[in-house]
Design a protein around this ligand. Structure first.
Ligand code: DQA
Length: 138
């Protein structure tokens, strides 16, 4: 069984209530339950943290043994050299995901420290971005 993990960064624990026009009104737990039942043959784990170092610790922990990582580093995408370095340091392929199209938003969201070392980037499809990332590993 393929083992994937979705790693979500800061404020993504508020999905469903946070800026619903932009990020939708479904909570991540509700979405994840649907995703898991749609892909019963894949082990889909989920980790969320608002703390930069905890995201780096998780990337290091899973980054040498899992089949794939789906990473939405949220705001840290645009600021964190440490997360970018972690993605570079690990062996497991990372697909960078964003719910919104960061390129039609503020300029500071156009920069990503994750992209240069990601296997690919999927953004702008709402929560479906995560599903497309899962499919990329199948
Ligand atoms: C986000 C985009 C980021 O710019 C923002 O800081 C987020 C969410 C997205 O999924 O669209 O928190 O990563």
């Amino acid at each position: 069984m393929k083992k994937l993990i979705i790693i979500n960064g800061p404020n993504l624990n508020l999905l469903g209530t946070r800026e619903p026009d932009l990020y939708g009104s479904l909570s991540f737990t509700e979405f994840l339950d649907k995703l898991k039942s749609k892909y019963p043959d894949i082990d889909i784990e989920h980790f969320q943290s608002n703390v930069e170092g905890e995201l780096i610790d998780k990337l290091q922990e899973v980054g040498f043994s899992y089949d794939g990582i789906i990473l939405n580093a949220a705001a840290y995408t645009h600021t964190s050299v440490g997360i970018g370095d972690a993605v570079k340091a690990i062996k497991v392929p990372v697909v960078e995901v964003h719910i919104s199209n960061t390129f039609n938003r503020e300029k500071f969201r156009h920069k990503s420290y994750v992209s240069p070392n990601a296997k690919g980037v999927i953004l702008g499809f709402g929560l479906q971005s995560y599903e497309l990332a899962i499919q990329s590993f199948i």
